[in-house]
Design a protein around this ligand. Sequence first.
Ligand code: AMP
Ligand code: GLY
Length: 448
Amino acid sequence: MTVTDPSPPSPVPARILVVGGGGRENALGWALARCPGVEQVLVAPGNGGTTALAGCGQLAIAESDHGALAAACRAHAIDLVVVGPEAPLAAGLADRLRSEGLAVFGPGADGALLEASKRWAKDLMQEAGVPTAGYWAATDRQQALDALERHGRPLVVKADGLAAGKGVTVADSLEQCREAIEEVFAGRFQSAAPGEAAAPSLVLEERLHGPEVSVFALTDGRSMVLLPPAQDHKRIGEGDTGPNTGGMGAYAPARLLDAAGMEQVRQRVLEPILAALRARGIDYRGVIFAGLMLTEEGLRVIEFNCRFGDPECETLMPLLGPELAQVLLACATGRLEQAPPLTIEPRCSACVIAAAAGYPGEVRRGDPIDGDLGDDPDLQLFHAGSRRSEAGPVVTAGGRVLAVVAQADDFDTAFERAYDGLGRVGFEGMVYRRDIGHQVRTRRPALP
Ligand code: AMP
Ligand code: GLY
């Protein structure tokens, strides 16, 4: 009989700081606070909902204030920092905190280029052999216009750099493409690629067709854990019409990818991209978000992001087990293989977003938010654009205001629960889509 050394136990972080103030961070805080062994979760800056979460506290520190965040980690003896949004990651928050010895779930500025520079990401995908749309990079206006003329068909125009989801134009005509190119070179978006500080540049991409699905891999740079695939609803209007938004609702698991499909995503997309990152000397610890399109020719990567999707995060967190805090710490410390397996409940999760009137344009703010969903283990209310007003009540403070999420054994029941919950909360001018999950619901709502 051989005796093997038991693996060192995987520690639980007692004190966690979540950086960010959206629905995603509200859901992360909620999910981490319910993990056994987690004593406190602080959210900075949080929102009007964070204070109401059991086990969560709030710090009034902006995600851009790296110095104050580092000081707060020292003051509160933080064991794990989870960075939600892309902007602080691209600005090097994880590097700064790691340089002070902290465990951080979220890549450094180098890994965040996966999202922060479209061109860098496309080059890496090509190098790694990851299936993606054909592309042409251009650093000047004429070069871009010439590439478009040579192609002779509308192309997708993507400004390089973080543009808060506004840098992509899926044009139907050559004229629209030219206008989008002019806009980029008029300097509306800035490049985040190293050494190109403010020079506008763009990527022109072949237009692909097919349903989209989001896949998230938690990684320590070598191993990874995949979460169930989720489908977002980007358009503001029912029937997937109207302008793009950050996402009006989501559901998981999306049936677009079965176990074999997920295995393909792992082998053809995630493992090669992680290997290519390592080959560039990048130690990527955090989440890789693959935005995929399922085309007739097979799966293609539309984009990578260096963070959880929102509202996909709100949708997925309730399905994850009590090992989540340990798993995120293990990713942050490069020891994912020693962490316990992450339990993923085989249930259906449905998320509907309530937005403020005017979204995705200018929105009204300051309206009191009413209602409460009570204590139902299968129903969650997460806040996004909300804040606690000086007078006391929580008021609207952004475009997407609330996320109502419900779980059940089937999607019809999950969506009925979510919409029932949404009927019990609200604010003046609340806007939402009634057809979230239309792809998987059999009992459809009556639409006009
Ligand atoms: P991105 O910011 O790269 O996610 O792009 C925003 C949205 O534009 C995506 O979710 C897609 O719906 C669409 N899109 C981006 N690239 C393409 C492409 N090559 N073909 C068709 N649609 C695209
Ligand atoms: N829901 C898509 C995103 O977060 O980019």
